[in-house]
Design a binder for this molecule. Structure first.
Ligand SMILES: [Zn+2]
Length: 350
């Protein structure tokens, strides 16, 4: 099976259009038409991980973090990025990164995995980002079913968890003074699929120039965005919750702000560097905000309104390895998928 086939599947779950502007997710090293001999999943595709892939006979490394973020100008092995890329190219190991696009999806996302580990229910994306749009088009009675089916297949009809929704109004069109029965077909879709929708419509519609409108809806797309918020099944005392967090996320150390003398019920979280979401966590009345990469002065922003708990970047995302392994194994059985045994956390604790 080709690398491109696996990528196509992963990108159905975490569309590349959902990555942040600073990101570099995607196929970083290697050609998409190479045949997969095995997959190694990791957070960071360091030189050691490339070595591990070679030993396991895997020619594809699927990483959460893109090893290359900015342009590389030289390849003389002076830093760990160049060394990893040079080694991968030399030994024909491809590197694919699925980063903020995986952070930003509700289903199978980085944050859903954390929420599951902690035991949250009623989870929702903390800050929905994308909008929904609606495509309105017209077709003959005979063609409308095929058009609707093709648009569904391309991802239309989905709004905030509901599937295959459409609206049809039967009416009449006129041409040269004659009337024809027509169907006005309306389907919603997430805004990042706009190009695909237009291409699908042109492909499936019998007219060379199908008439259509696209409008932006006021409904937010709650299936896409940053962070997550949910509730504990039973409220817990702050220290008890922190101990539970430490154990369930397998963390060596939690840095946290003052506990506020009330039980923890609502929990906001974001894997990796999620400090930019603090205001949203407070606005949604979360009792605690779990993330990583907090600096000294930033902890003051808790401002007695919330507890900030910094559990470490690697620690917050470590189960993403398991998540990706499960996503791939569930679908593909024709090659072996391994989780890295290399701990790429650059931070140690004494
Ligand atoms: Zn990260």
């Amino acid at each position: 099976m080709k690398i491109s086939e696996l990528i196509n599947y992963l990108e159905l779950i975490a569309p590349p259009a959902l990555q942040e502007s600073y990101d570099n997710a995607g196929l970083i090293v290697g050609k998409p038409d190479r045949k997969i001999t095995g997959v190694l999943v990791c957070l960071d595709s360091t030189e050691e991980v490339i070595q591990e892939a070679m030993q396991l006979g895997c020619n594809l490394v699927v990483a959460h973090h893109p090893i290359v973020f900015r342009g590389l100008k030289r390849f003389n092995g002076k830093n760990y990025i160049e060394r990893a890329v040079m080694k991968a190219i030399k030994h024909k190991i491809s590197i694919y990164a699925i980063h903020t696009n995986l952070d930003n999806v509700y289903h199978y996302g980085v944050n859903s995995m954390i929420a599951e580990k902690i035991g949250l229910s009623n989870t929702q994306v903390l800050v929905p980002k994308q909008t929904n749009k609606k495509l309105i088009t017209f077709a003959d009675m005979d063609n409308s079913d095929a058009i609707r089916a093709a648009l569904f297949e391309a991802g239309a009809g989905e709004i905030n968890g509901s599937q295959q929704l459409s609206y049809s109004t039967v009416g009449a069109s006129t041409q040269d003074g004659k009337g024809f029965g027509q169907v006005k077909l309306e389907v919603t879709f997430p805004s990042y699929l706009e190009r695909k929708m237009i291409a699908t419509l042109h492909h499936v519609h019998p007219s060379n120039q199908p008439v259509y409108d696209i409008i932006t809806l006021d409904n937010k797309n709650t299936m896409v965005g940053s962070g997550m918020i949910g509730t504990l099944k039973k409220p817990m005392a702050a220290l008890d919750f922190l101990k539970h967090l430490k154990q369930s996320m397998q963390v060596n150390c939690i840095k946290y702000t003052k506990t506020l003398g009330k039980k923890i019920s609502k929990v906001a979280l974001c894997g990796g560097s999620g400090g930019f979401l603090l205001k949203d966590a407070i606005a949604q009345k979360a009792d605690i905000f779990i993330t990583a990469d907090y600096k000294y002065h930033e902890f003051f922003d808790a401002n007695d309104q919330i507890i900030i708990a910094d559990i470490g970047h690697y620690e917050s995302e470590q189960f993403t390895i398991q998540l990706l392994d499960e996503i791939i194994k569930k679908k593909f059985r024709n090659f072996a998928t391994h989780c890295t045994k290399v701990n790429t956390n650059p931070v140690n604790y004494l």
